[in-house]
Design a protein around this ligand. Structure first.
Ligand code: GDP
Ligand code: MG
Length: 598
């Protein structure tokens, strides 16, 4: 299409405000997907997205829209995730667009990721179209939400689109606003090819497929191209657009968004954020890259069956193609054997990757409690970056330790200010400031250690505010803290994979709570299992798992075979997530108990 008839935009919002549902309506209204083939949140293609009802990966789709001016426009729409862990996916998508539709739920108003996403779109110089969604709901209050968008985000909202992804109301208004308010792409069709890779994935049959935005020139099948950052060259096997089914095209022209089959087999050669140009007569200057993403939490992933070490490594390599934030290094644990220390953006990201490894690659994994990256300054002048508590040097060798802090933004109704104060101060948070976005919404800013946030802070925040609070955060730097390593001993032996790092003032309580929890979680064995929490050999608390009294099967009276079999099957299923450490069977929950504070 000619540039004047192309619009590239993202749909952005806080989680659950209705982005994916609105995308469904766009596919329907434009006849891209027939009513018969329609299913809810069609663009959420991963099983895990469909089950959880959340978007994890951005999805680009091209639709043809005949506007009220009678002309036909090519709209490239990118549906984005709303959860804070996937903010980087949003920033990648925005770099391929000239505009964004900012969706705000008419019953919830502006929430923490509404603010974060709006800021990102503004920083990327995008035209923002505010849209107030879910107006079909009785509790919808578009006037209040309009005021919050104007006062809180400084975005004029008089002309905000009123819509319902459920009924389809306002969806045409949204597309008209896209056509009239979002600028057409600029770029030089006669210049040598420059295209931005904003996503990529590995296809077992076709190799690496990249999603690109053509900035200058054009891209055709059969062309030889080069990736500027990696230097990799590829012969383009196919180009096309997604509707959302992939349809091959002769060419991707300037300003267009589409997919490119590179045929490359090595996933590390096609980096998200890199520039594609012609192998011969191409450009040398890369397009501005994306913000570097850094993993924030680290966990040990260990195959339950040692034979799955290599398959786990290959699976991690494959998943990291789509996910520059996923990093890993081999890790050896005395208790768990060989595995990997894997870095993630946050807890949801971690859960999603673990689940995908298990489901898509058939692996059985045991995960240790997530921890953050600590900086240890030793008395001999050395500094260490720790990704795992077990790497912590002896207390005598440590001068001081620093831990990562976050700038956290919490949006709540004014009634809950006190509850958030209590909770966040108890989590070593420092209050920075607060202001009213509207009479019904307060924005509080805090500095809080990341290690406290990953300790079920969000759940606690939700429950202490009746579900009203929303949270967004960004990295704020490292600060010194009084931190110690707490060891857990089973039958007198320290278990490296159960140790964790904790603030000195909290060590005693955390040790006591954890030993009590472990006593409940670790099943009875044939012998007594003492559980101890200790710092540098000094025991803080102790519990004991009593020995099994008799065989469980003995409890089944008579010869009811089917009942016995059921019981055995149940035990077998329960065992799946257990690992023998020494001679004690330890279930997966034991590692996660570290995160539960009370
Ligand atoms: P996303 O996280 O922003 O992509 O939100 P989804 O599109 O997944 O929608 C979140 C939930 O809100 C789902 O249960 C939808 O069915 C529901 N929903 C979305 N749009 C509307 C709407 O306009 N009206 C009503 N009543 N519910 C909606
Ligand atoms: Mg979604």
């Amino acid at each position: 299409a000619d540039l004047e008839h192309i619009r590239n935009f993202s749909i952005i919002a806080h989680i659950d405000h209705g982005k994916s549902t609105l995308s469904d309506r766009v596919l329907e209204l434009t006849g891209t997907v027939s009513k018969r083939d329609m299913q809810a949140q069609l663009l959420d293609t991963m099983d895990i997205e469909r089950e959880r009802g959340i978007t994890i990966k951005s999805q680009a789709v091209r639709v043809e829209y005949v506007a009220e001016d009678g002309q036909s426009y090519q709209l490239n729409l990118i549906d984005t995730p709303g959860h804070v862990d996937f903010t980087y996916e949003v920033s990648r998508s925005l770099a391929a667009c000239e505009g964004a539709v900012l969706v705000v739920d008419a019953t919830q108003g502006v929430e923490a990721q509404t603010v974060a996403n709006a800021m990102m779109a503004m920083n990327a110089d995008l035209e923002i179209i505010p849209l107030i969604n879910k107006i079909d709901l009785p509790a919808a209050d578009p006037d209040r939400v309009r005021a919050e968008i104007e006062d809180g985000l400084a975005i004029p909202a008089d002309d905000a689109v009123l819509a319902s992804g459920k009924t389809g109301a306002g969806v045409r208004d949204m597309l008209e606003a896209v056509v009239y308010n979002i600028p057409a792409p600029t770029g030089n069709p006669d210049a040598p090819l420059r295209a931005l890779i904003f996503d990529s994935y590995f296809d077992a049959y076709r190799g690496v497929v990249a999603l690109v935005r053509i900035v200058d020139g054009a891209l055709k099948k059969g062309q030889r191209v080069r990736m500027l950052a990696t230097g990799a060259e590829a012969l383009i096997e196919e180009v096309g657009a997604r509707h959302p089914v992939e349809e091959p095209l002769d060419v991707l022209g300037t300003g267009e968004v589409g997919y490119v089959v590179t045929g490359l087999k090595d996933v590390s050669q096609v980096k998200v954020g890199d520039t594609v140009t012609l192998a011969q007569g191409g450009v040398d200057e890369a397009l501005p890259g994306y913000r570097e993403v850094k993993p924030m939490v680290f966990t040990g992933l260990f195959p339950i069956d040692g034979d799955q070490y290599e398959p786990l490594k290959e699976a991690l390599e494959k998943l990291s193609l789509n996910d520059p934030a996923l990093v890993w290094e081999p890790e050896k644990s005395h208790a768990l054997g060989f595995g990997f220390r894997v870095g993630f953006l946050g807890l949801l990201h971690m859960e999603v990757i673990k689940e995908r490894l298990e489901r898509e690659f058939g692996l059985d994994l045991l995960a240790t409690a997530p921890s953050v990256e600590y900086h240890v300054f030793k008395t001999n002048g050395e500094t260490l970056s720790l990704h795992s508590p077990q790497e912590m040097p002896d207390p005598g060798e440590i001068d001081h330790v620093e831990e990562p802090y976050l700038k956290a933004k919490i949006l709540i109704p004014p009634d809950y200010v006190g509850a958030v104060m209590d909770l966040t101060v108890a989590r070593r948070g420092t209050f920075v400031t607060m202001n009213y976005l509207s009479p019904t919404t307060v924005e509080m800013l805090w500095e809080i250690p990341l290690s406290e946030l990953i300790m079920d802070y969000f759940d606690k925040l939700k429950s202490s505010t009746k579900g009203y609070a929303s949270l967004d955060y960004e990295f704020a730097g490292y600060k010194p803290s009084q931190l110690v390593k707490l060891d857990i001993l089973l039958s007198g032996k320290p278990i490296d994979a159960l140790s964790f790092i904790v603030h000195r003032d909290k060590a005693y309580d955390r040790g006591r709570i954890l030993t009590e929890k472990l006593k409940e979680i670790i099943p009875r064995q044939m012998f007594e299992v003492p559980i101890q929490a200790a710092i540098g050999g000094r025991v803080l608390s102790r519990q004991t798992v009593k020995a099994k009294r008799k065989d469980v099967l003995a409890k089944c009276y008579g010869g009811d075979i089917s009942r016995k079999r059921k019981l055995l099957e149940k035990q077998k299923a329960g065992k799946k997530r257990m690992k023998s450490i020494g001679n004690v069977e330890v279930p997966q929950e034991a590692f996660m108990a570290i995160l539960k504070v009370d």
